[in-house]
Design a protein around this ligand. Structure first.
Ligand SMILES: Cc1cc2nc3c(=O)[nH]c(=O)nc-3n(C[C@H](O)[C@H](O)[C@H](O)COP(=O)(O)OP(=O)(O)OC[C@H]3O[C@@H](n4cnc5c(N)ncnc54)[C@H](O)[C@@H]3O)c2cc1C
Length: 803
């Protein structure tokens, strides 16, 4: 056994073996994988091996496609069969909502260059003879996907890694991990110790236990999962090819051919978490007892929807555990505070995602960057709010909904309310319909008296539409108040703060009493944050960003090594805030502050620590609505008082609440991008238009070389707002077309209530970026006309904002 290596991968399931292969492929041949039993002996060996490309996040879809395409390459490289059945996939819809979903998937596939087709049920039946047509209204066929042999695939990864110099030690258990002062790791095993520069936790069913070795509790939990395999089915005899792997949303069933029979599995409602606190150490190549009662309701439906399966005898049944994160996507990446410790766990679809995870993590480890935005599977999308109890509630909720439609306006109820600000009860009284962001409750919109406090989940316009409109009009015509506590807030202090921030942020740092828009870039010059920075004093700064990215940004700050004289603190729970915006905002706020708020005295981006009414507040002239507005931050103990006083002062000025839905509409009208939708590490300052805020003259900021190089060449694509002729808004990742050719994609959109237009934000190839340019956007299968607008639709000259 080697005792000095570049990296140790803990875990020989499909995920660990893929990581080993990808590390070796990227040139790290000095890597070893340790498994306490034999390869595949965790959750991998009993998987159904299904693979597909669909994911709510386009980048994860791309990685799934990469995974599926990799299998042939692995076979050629190693001679080890992966047992590929490249059958393709069918998704069955039983109602209009499900048809909408299929149309959305088809539209996104067009952007991703993946082959799909909406087909009638009769055609679906031709491709899978087991389907009972009467239960369905339509289907989507996709060319990719199918299933593989879990054992063969995992061993093919391992064999490919070995060919490149990596080594695999089976029956070698990691018993402890300790870090040396230089950041490298001593990996203790039952066969001796290995010194490694890097450690990867790909411990699958035991990922929690491996995490505990370094003092972290990962939000991951295993669920029991059942599938059955039938005896031979006469209907499958004599077919030229296997039936297409099929997903039935209404039945919550998946079906595929297995030999001469069928394999049918379900994500049952009456589901069971497994080993909630601790995974038994010896649970290798084991199954759990059958529990047909648990899946009986779903089986009953499955046997109606696929009657020939019901008529066949059950040859084999598998009940085994596999792991999930609270939202069903994997947990991948570095962990704040633990240099050179990486996780790749909670992978519930190892055969769709394993290859992409290996590719991403190996790049991250070797090059310091995952290569694309992978926020959807970044371990940093969860914070301390993801306690074991939260994880359990959310994993169960997610498992039950695995085959349910996920609507873009839907807020899932379990483990809520969790984080609440002091005015939660006041907002509740005012009719707030809440959503949760990073565990924190925030108002999405306000239901007027007599209106039900719920929003119908839909891909189209919801019942909230007229109420959100009223909120938008209040902001544009009078004044509105929005609670901003769900923004990300960071306090940076100390003698070295200014110098460190100067390197961290690409903008010119503001002087004391001023704020600035602050793009934050990685070395490749891509956007890792669109923050704003307020200089409270030469040595004290407040950064504001997206709330859900709090752990992501705190990890980023840590990775940039703040020196000893710089203190970085998250103010997620220690600052609460409000935005007050609209033409009457100045009159309102002037009633509460002593400072002169006239346009020349307190200009746009002014910031001051002062009192608003009775409360001490960091008070600024800023906002995200495009109106004259103020943002203010105070500690939670003052928040209710501040809120009451603002309301009292605004009574005669038409003050109304507005929520997240209205804010989103208002920012679209001003063409403001939103982080993780429009601004992500996939895009650059020149592409996003954030280059306007980059100080190109400044030396030494992260990403400078890359942005200068890009400035020479010009961006390949451009951030654009399009007016769309439609009565159904875009959702995201729809293709933007020019004469039928895909020339861009949508990143977000919605209805601009004040300008009375449906709007989409996205990126188009630079050569097509022209004002008035005519495009089409595929919305639910219809190519809807869209016109590019270079200037914001509302207040294009910014007169209201600055006035
Ligand atoms: C019934 C069922 C059906 C499924 N069907 C599908 C499907 O159709 N398609 C699909 O993509 N996925 C499917 N899955 C999920 C799939 O099995 C998982 O995504 C996959 O196995 C995850 O692999 P992994 O490498 O993360 O974890 P695991 O396979 O659990 O591997 C972890 C490994 O780490 C090792 N290990 C842990 N701790 C230590 C330690 N301290 N020292 C040394 N070694 C250690 C273990 O021995 C184990 O071998 C299914 C799962 C089940 C249960």
């Amino acid at each position: 056994m080697k005792t000095e290596v570049r990296a140790v991968v803990i875990g020989g399931g499909v995920v660990g073996c893929s990581i080993l292969y990808h590390l070796a492929k990227i040139g790290w041949s000095d890597v070893v994988l340790l498994d306490k039993n034999q390869l595949t002996s965790g959750s991998t060996w009993h998987a159904a091996g299904g693979m597909h490309t669909f994911n709510g996040d386009a980048n994860v879809s791309k990685l799934q496609k990469y995974t599926i395409d990799l299998y042939r390459e692995l076979e050629e490289l190693t001679g080890q069969s992966c047992g590929i059945h490249h059958n393709g996939g069918l998704m069955l819809a039983a109602n209009e909502g499900e048809m909408d979903y299929l149309r959305l998937v088809a539209s996104r596939a067009r952007y991703l260059s993946m082959e799909t087709e909406i087909i009638p049920v009769a055609e679906a039946k031709r491709r899978n003879v087991l389907i009972e047509e009467k239960y369905f209204t339509g289907a989507l066929w996709r060319s990719d996907g199918g299933h593989v042999d879990p054992w063969g695939t995992t061993h093919a990864y391992a064999a490919a890694a070995r060919k490149l110099g990596a080594e695999v030690y089976q029956y070698t258990k990691v018993t402890g991990l300790s870090q040396r002062p230089d950041g490298s790791w001593d990996v203790s095993t039952d066969k001796g110790s290995i010194h490694a520069e890097h450690v990867v936790n790909a411990g699958g069913l035991w990922a929690r236990e491996v995490g505990r070795m370094v003092g972290i509790e990962l939000p991951v939990l295993a669920m029991e999962h059942h599938y059955i395999v039938t005896d031979a089915i006469p209907e499958l005899e004599g077919l030229e090819r296997e039936i297409i792997n099929t997903t039935d949303f209404s039945g919550e069933i998946y079906v595929r051919q297995e030999g001469k029979g069928a394999l049918l599995g379900t994500y049952e409602h009456n589901c069971t978490p497994w080993s909630v606190d601790h995974t038994p150490d010896d649970f290798h190549t084991q199954l759990l007892p059958d529990n047909f009662d648990r899946i009986a309701p779903e089986l009953e439906v499955g046997f109606e929807h696929f009657p020939a399966v019901g008529r066949a005898g059950i040859k084999k049944s598998i009940n085994g555990p596999f792991t999930f994160a609270p939202d069903g996507n994997p947990l991948v990446g570095p962990v704040k505070g633990l240099p050179n410790f990486w996780v790749a766990c909670a992978v519930m679809a190892g055969f769709s995602q394993g290859g992409g995870i290996g590719l991403t993590l190996s790049r991250w480890m070797a090059e310091g960057d995952p290569g694309a935005d992978i926020m959807a599977m970044d371990v940093a999308r969860f914070g301390i709010f993801a306690t074991p109890r939260y994880t359990k509630a959310k994993v169960i909720e997610n498992y039950r909904r695995r085959f349910r439609l996920a609507f873009p306006n839907e807020e899932l109820p379990d483990a809520r309310p969790l984080r609440r600000t002091p005015i939660y009860g006041r907002l509740e009284k005012a009719g707030a319909v809440f959503g949760a962001n990073f565990g924190l409750e925030h108002a999405l919109w306000f239901a007027p008296e007599g209106v039900e406090l719920t929003e119908n989940p839909t891909y189209r316009r919801s019942n909230a539409f007229p109420h959100v409109k009223a909120e938008c009009l209040a902001v544009r015509e009078a004044v509105g108040i929005y609670e901003t506590s769900n923004y990300g807030k960071y306090e940076i202090e100390g003698k070295g703060a200014r110098a460190w921030l100067d390197k961290l942020l690409a903008c010119k740092l503001p002087k004391p009493g001023r704020m600035a828009i602050a793009p934050m870039l990685n070395k490749e010059g891509r956007i890792v944050g669109d923050l704003s920075v307020a200089c409270l004093d030469r040595d004290r700064y407040l950064l504001i960003g997206s709330g859900f990215a709090e752990a992501f940004h705190m990890r980023w700050f840590w990775l940039q090594n703040p020196p000893a004289d710089v203190h970085v603190r998250s103010a997620a729970s220690t600052l609460t805030g409000f935005s007050v915006a609209g033409p009457n905002a100045r009159t309102l706020m002037q009633r509460l502050v002593r400072e002169d708020l006239s346009p020349d005295a307190f200009k746009l981006f002014a910031v001051k620590e002062t009192a608003v009414g009775l409360s001490p507040v960091i008070f600024s002239r800023a906002g995200f609505t495009g109106e004259l507005g103020y943002e203010m931050w105070t500690t939670p103990d003052f928040q209710a008082t501040l809120y009451d006083e603002i309301f009292e002062a605004g009574r005669d000025l038409g003050l109304k609440h507005f929520g997240g839905r209205a804010l989103s509409s208002l920012r679209l009208e001003k063409a403001y991008g939103s982080f993780n939708k429009d601004f992500r590490p996939d895009y650059t300052p020149a592409e996003t238009g954030l280059d306007l805020f980059v100080d190109f003259k400044k030396e030494g900021f992260t990403g400078r070389d890359a942005v200068l190089a890009e400035r020479e060449k010009g961006p390949k694509k451009r951030f654009a707002v399009l007016e769309v002729d439609t009565d159904t808004e875009v959702i995201g990742y729809e293709p933007i077309l020019k004469r039928g050719e895909v020339v861009g994609h949508v990143t977000s959109g919605g209805y601009g209530h004040y300008v009375s237009k449906s709007l989409a934000i996205g990126y188009v190839k630079a050569e097509h970026y022209e004002d008035g340019g005519e495009f089409a956007i595929d919305i639910f299968g219809e190519d809807r006309p869209a016109i590019l607008r270079k200037a914001p639709l509302h207040d294009p000259n910014g007169g209201r904002l600055r006035g």
